[in-house]
Structures are given as structure tokens and as C-alpha cells.
Design a protein around this ligand. Structure first.
Ligand SMILES: [Zn+2]
Length: 105
């Protein structure tokens, strides 16, 4: 009988997987990265990686937003995530310029 500490990781887990019962849930899942700021926000946002345990599964980005009554989930390809990174940076730069002109920051 194996002890839990000697149970090997599922062989197909990507290195970012939390290895928490992947076979039962049918997907690999990373730990959630919380999008926290220094103030209260309308939505609690988490980001993580997910991938089907099917051999053809590809890693995807999972964005989850939660407020008092609603949970919304958006699944993005890694390519969409890469473009989103640059679009966000550009929008944040524009917003910073606008807020500086209006002395919001
Ligand atoms: Zn896994």
C-alpha cells in the first residue's frame, strides 16, 4: 500500500499543474493567480492555466470574475493571451496619460 506522499504525479501533468485529481476533473489546472489591487474592486478576478487531459488538449488561459451574484468565466487561447497582454499595456499607457493630464493620479 502506497502512502500519499509517495504517490507519483500523473505522468502527463504539465509542470504548471497543481496535480489535484486531474483524472477525475478531466483537466490540468494551475493555481489561481489573484488579480489584487490596493483597493476594493467590483469584481474579484483570478487567472489560471487549464488544459484538457485529452492527449490533444492544449493549454488555455482561464479568467474568472466574481461579484456578489455573478460568476463569469472567459477561456482564451495562449495566442489571445499574448495579444491581450500588449493591448492591456497600450490601454493602460493611454489611461495613464489621460489621468495625468487630468491630475487623477
Ligand atoms: Zn495535472
Amino acid at each position: 500500500m502506497k502512502s500519499p506522499s509517495t504517490t507519483p504525479d500523473p505522468p502527463a501533468c504539465p509542470r504548471w499543474c497543481d496535480r489535484a485529481d486531474c483524472a477525475r476533473r478531466g483537466r490540468h489546472q494551475s493555481r489561481a493567480r489573484h488579480v489584487e489591487t490596493a483597493r476594493a474592486e467590483a469584481y474579484v478576478i483570478d487567472l489560471s492555466l487549464t488544459q484538457s487531459t485529452h492527449p490533444a488538449g492544449e493549454p488555455l488561459l482561464l479568467l474568472t470574475g466574481v461579484d456578489d451574484a455573478t460568476v463569469a468565466t472567459l477561456t482564451l487561447s495562449l495566442a489571445q493571451g499574448a495579444v491581450l497582454r500588449y493591448r492591456l499595456a497600450a490601454l493602460l499607457d493611454v489611461a495613464k496619460i489621460v489621468s495625468n493630464q487630468r491630475r487623477w493620479s
